[in-house]
Ligand binder design. Structure first.
Ligand code: NAD
Ligand code: MG
Length: 382
């Protein structure tokens, strides 16, 4: 890459954002950071602004003081600020790494302005998949997946040529409660839910991994990204997290993408695509004993995975309702207001209560989201 690519990082202080900036640090001649956003970690953002010198920096709320030495750039606040960071003049790549449906307006905005949307924010596709994909197609913009499973599938697809894919095999670690009894899962604490066996991530997605809602969201994400029917997207539990996902062809041949569980892999693949940027991560060793095991997920213990298939099959606002309920329930769990088992129950109940209102545009999506959060809180307050 001769000229530096102009990159906006939405959610720069988070797990994905921080690791992306680690990769960018290694390639100072490849990227110019034009915008950085964070929700509330002002001090951390000030540090990143000093280092990367963006044109725009965004926080959710205006802080009491903005230090003199970071006032060289423009500052913006709130949801509009986030969209502004996605829509910078001349921006080429937008890394969408905020959490939840809050990232949907920015993802949609980015598609009007950037060349490539580097998408970690899976909830944007779960809630606005039809809108995001339609817009990307219409404007001929690339969406590069950052989620490790989707990056793996995307990498396998580079080798597929024109051969049709008969199945996508999404791998799941199974989370910290894979081997636990249903009763123990019900009473799991916040500390236990946050102790993921193979990946270090932000709190919301870590809880989603423990309920396996994350894998459900990823099934929907794969549906939108790769255009396969839902029946052809299968989840397999693979506790070692070495095979990041697989595709199967019509003749039964299976391609897998493997590596150490390190998000800098899929992040740097998206940043460098179609090239590859070595990021200095540990490599897989095939000299020591390497065991890879696969088993079917247990949807009785982890019903959220089944809810996701159900919601996507029903279509329209159902995935939005499920996602909204889940965002509200996970937030309540992280505040230690509800037991772990309540997350799945609330998700199931809200899905059942959702009357299936028509969803035509983005305003309808936000209305379903608000309805679902409200319905979830009503159930949780009882
Ligand atoms: P995180 O909580 O570590 O970081 C989120 C970032 O977004 C932070 O900078 C935070 O300040 C900002 N943010 C959060 N909520 C916001 C809001 N409402 N408005 C504006 N900014 C907000 O989260 P993460 O683990 O980095 O995950 C980011 C996204 O990437 C999620 O959608 C997650 O599902 C997805 N993802 C993460 C990983 C991972 O390894 N962490 C892997 C795959 C996919
Ligand atoms: Mg993933």
């Amino acid at each position: 890459m001769s000229e530096r690519r102009k990159l906006s990082v939405l959610g720069a202080t988070g797990s994905i954002g921080t690791q992306a900036l680690d990769v960018v640090r290694k390639y100072p001649d490849a990227f110019e950071i034009v915008a950085l956003t964070a929700r509330s970690s002002a001090e951390k953002l000030f540090g990143l602004v000093r280092e990367f010198k963006p044109k725009l920096a965004v926080l959710e709320k205006e802080p009491e003081v903005i230090p003199q030495d970071v006032r060289f750039c423009e500052w913006a606040f709130g949801a509009d600020g986030l969209v502004k960071a996605a829509c910078m003049d001349g921006v080429q790549d937008v890394l969408a790494a905020v959490v939840g449906i809050a990232g949907l307006p920015a993802a949609l905005g980015a598609l009007d302005h950037c060349e490539r949307l580097l998408l970690a924010n899976k909830e944007a596709l779960v809630t606005g998949g039809a809108l995001v994909m339609e817009k990307a197609r219409r404007l001929k913009k690339k969406i590069l997946p950052v989620d490790s499973e989707h990056s793996a599938i995307f990498q396998c697809l580079q080798a597929a040529g024109n051969n049709p894919v008969s199945r996508i095999l999404l791998t799941a670690s199974g989370g910290p409660f894979r081997t636990w009894s249903a009763g123990d899962i019900e009473r799991a604490t916040k500390a236990q839910a946050l102790g993921h066996p193979t990946w270090r991530m932000g709190p919301k997605i870590t809880v989603d991994c423990a309920t396996m809602m994350n894998k459900g969201l990823e099934v929907i994400e794969a549906y939108w990204l790769f255009g396969l029917e839902l029946d052809r997207i299968e989840v397999t539990v693979h506790p070692q997290s070495v095979v990041h996902s697989m595709i199967e062809f019509e003749d039964g041949a299976v391609l897998a993408q493997m590596g150490k569980p390190d998000m800098r892999g899929p992040i740097s693949y998206a940043l460098g695509f179609p090239g590859r940027l070595p990021y200095g991560g540990e490599r897989l060793s095939f000299k020591e004993r390497l065991e890879l095991s696969f088993e079917a997920p247990d949807t009785r213990k982890f019903p959220c995975l089944a809810y996701a298939y159900q919601a996507q099959r029903q279509g329209g606002g159902y995935p939005v309702a499920l996602n909204g309920a889940n965002e509200a329930a996970v937030e309540a769990f992280l505040r230690e207001r509800i037991p772990f088992g309540a997350i799945a129950r609330v998700n199931g109940q809200v899905l059942e209560q959702y009357p299936g209102t028509p969803v035509r545009g983005v305003e309808d999506v936000y209305a379903v989201d608000q309805w679902a959060r409200h319905a979830a809180r009503e159930i949780l307050d009882k």
